[in-house]
Design a protein around this ligand. Structure first.
Ligand code: HEM
Length: 494
């Protein structure tokens, strides 16, 4: 018996739509979750655990500690396949294997991110972070020249004083104040990078910067978990409003650049502007990279340091006594007095904070141009490879007690463990593409720590959300940033 169009009743249509929807969902699931054939020989962290972790909003550090590291340890593997951001990537957890990758830039170039992802649209392609080969060499030369300028210690010290005025306003008769230090650290780091690198005073410590508010809002929107799990949705259902706001923020950077051209200063951006080879687009993209790379990372490191010194008053006091011995109660800090050799204990505290809650959990993926062998595995060309810094910093065999804040581990010398710890401490990554601002960032951390240690003693308030362990904010850029870190500061008697 033949059917005509009119023989379909509404129930049949409804059933057909359900079947189509189910088939589409199955295709979608298959596309998003199936391990590509060329990677099936690699050990992989169970998908379901990862998916539940993503859906429950776990931060990267939690996912690494709960799922990635336990699986790798159980299997005795130095690299594992991990599903993230809609695809499978190889995470390298062994620092020697990671060094093999970091030491060979031409074999392991940075992977170019797929077009259209909001995550990357903001950063742009024409900058030191996202280019390879000769283009990268051009950007890198200019950026490294800029970081060879003298470290602006006076600026760090004067920003620290601005911060004191917010922590304990001069008009307040009390000695004790509780403030959201994670927020203040972000404002401090932004002013530091704004004035010295970008050549723009955001005055973020003292004022409510609209620029910063808009940046934080956009970062929050980018982190929508649905789009992170299935990034191709960005193409099917583009988020026009977020894109509009993002483009308008990037426009703001263009204006800053123009202002810098009209009124040059002694900052790094002015130096970059003098380079005849840099186009306006490249300058703007580098400005955005320096803005993002230069403030959230430092802020995360500072918050972690302040947190661990708050919960370990004995360590805080040893660091303070060292600072008072070297700098006295009021001398202005200088490059000499703030060096790692002048303040070995404080420096060890900073290194330990950057290890235990490393600000960048993992680097931008690399993709080998040829097939390579890493450890016992063949890695096909174009496989996404990630140096999982957070995992390397929490490897039991390397650190012994990775979850314990123990600065003294960095004062040990001459033992096999000390040598291993030196090589496996990689918060700034390693190789030619390691952070060009490493020295700048370490001085920035020591400068603020010195000033705070002389001015205040601090603890966590009783009701702190961090009482049972440090909690980080969710970040689409794999940044490890403590959030809502309220700290109680008490002014020291002079
Ligand atoms: C504690 C603070 C910081 C940490 C832990 C840190 C860490 C890192 C890491 C791990 C990388 C490698 C990323 C990758 O290869 O994907 C990197 C690259 C970079 N960082 Fe930093 N960073 C810090 C502070 C800064 C600051 C203050 C600036 C600038 C003001 C900066 C600018 C950059 C730039 C431009 C790159 C790209 C280098 C390249 O690809 O050649 N960083 N950083």
């Amino acid at each position: 018996m033949a059917f005509s169009y009119f023989d379909f009743v509404p129930q049949d249509l409804a059933r057909l739509s359900w079947v189509c929807a189910a088939a589409m969902a199955a295709l979608l699931i298959q596309r998003v979750f199936t391990v590509p054939a060329h990677l099936r020989h690699l050990p992989r962290v169970p998908m379901l655990a990862l998916l539940i972790s993503y859906l429950s909003g776990d931060t990267e550090d939690v996912r690494i500690k709960r799922h990635i590291l336990p699986y790798a340890n159980e299997q005795g593997e130095g690299l594992v396949l991990v599903w993230a951001l809609g695809r499978w990537m190889v995470h390298i957890l062994d620092y020697k294997l990671a060094a093999q990758m970091s030491d060979n830039m031409s074999l392991y170039p940075k992977e170019l991110p797929p077009d259209g992802l909001l995550l990357w649209r903001f950063i742009g392609n024409s900058n030191v972070l996202m280019t390879n080969g000769d283009k990268w060499r051009k950007h890198s030369r200019v950026i490294r020249d800029a970081f060879a300028l003298p470290i602006p210690i006076d600026l760090f010290a004067s920003l620290a004083k601005n911060l004191f005025a917010v922590i304990s306003p001069p008009s307040s008769p009390q000695r004790t104040h509780t403030v959201d230090f994670s927020e203040l650290a972000q404002r401090f780091a932004l002013d530091a990078v704004g004035s010295s690198v970008l050549g723009h005073d955001f005055d973020a410590i003292r004022t409510e910067s609209l620029f910063v508010r808009e940046y934080n809002g956009i970062m929050h929107d980018i982190a929508n978990p649905v789009y992170l799990i299935a990034p191709f949705l960005e193409r099917i259902f583009p988020r026009k409003e977020v894109i509009r706001r993002m483009d308008s923020l990037v426009d703001g950077f263009k204006k800053l650049l123009q202002a810098k051209k009209d009124e040059p200063g002694d900052d790094m951006m002015t130096l970059m502007l003098k380079d005849p080879e840099m186009t306006d687009e490249e300058l703007r993209d580098n400005m955005v990279v320096l803005f993002i790379a230069g403030h959230d990372t430092s802020a995360g490191g500072l918050s972690t340091l302040i947190y661990y010194l708050a919960i370990h008053p004995e360590i805080q006091e040893i660091a303070r006594q060292e600072v008072l011995r070297v700098l006295g109660a009021s001398a202005d800090p200088s490059v000499g007095t703030l060096s790692a050799t002048s303040l070995p204990y404080l420096n060890a505290c900073i290194r330990e904070a950057l290890r235990i809650n490393t600000p960048i959990s993992y680097i931008v993926p690399r993709a080998p141009v040829d097939g390579v062998t890493l450890g016992k595995y063949y890695i096909p060309p174009n496989t996404s490879l990630i140096y999982n810094i957070y995992a390397v910093h929490h490897n039991d065999d390397v650190w012994g007690d990775p979850n314990v804040f123990r600065p003294a581990r960095f004062l040990e010398k001459g033992t096999p463990r000390a040598a291993m710890n030196k090589d496996a401490w990689v918060p700034f990554a390693t190789g030619a593409r390691q952070c060009p601002a490493r020295n700048f960032a370490l001085y920035e951390q020591r400068a603020l720590a010195v000033m705070l240690l002389r001015e205040y003693e601090w603890t966590l308030p009783e009701a702190s959300i961090h009482a049972k362990g440090l909690k980080n904010a969710f970040s689409p850029f794999a940044l490890t940033l403590p959030h809502d870190l309220h700290v109680t500061f008490t002014k020291r008697q002079s």
